[in-house]
Design a protein around this ligand. Structure first.
Ligand code: HEM
Length: 88
């Protein structure tokens, strides 16, 4: 229960690694998590890298545009190959 006037903090780092939302291995790199049907099956605010509400990121659209442009520039200039031996 949340009482009137109480402050709530959403810890995005924990939300984005919650196994109830992301499965048993939330740290695994799995782009399929963002397939349209999979996204629709999740609660709307399960993934909020830019925050939500009045103090959410004002650079969100800019950042997403730049990311697409940067990715396109990289993909047209380089051949990307998976490195199966890589360990973080
Ligand atoms: C991938 C890129 C980015 C991510 C993941 C990101 C994420 C975030 C997050 C999580 C917050 C805090 C939201 C909250 O307090 O609830 C925030 C705030 C903010 N971001 Fe970003 N951001 C990104 C890029 C940018 C860019 C490119 C700009 C500006 C050009 C920007 C400007 C801001 C500003 C000014 C705030 C403070 C908003 C406020 O407190 O009213 N961000 N961002």
């Amino acid at each position: 229960p949340i009482r009137k006037g109480e402050t709530i903090l959403v810890v995005l780092l924990a939300l984005h690694r919650d196994p109830t939302l992301w499965g048993a291995d939330p740290e695994r790199f799995d782009p399929d998590r963002f397939l349209p049907a999979t996204v629709r099956a999740r609660p709307a605010h399960a993934y909020t890298p830019f925050g939500v509400g009045a103090r959410a990121c004002i650079g969100r659209q800019f950042a997403l545009h730049v990311a697409v442009i940067a990715l396109a520039q990289i993909l047209t200039r380089f051949d990307i190959v998976p490195n199966t031996d890589y360990e973080l």
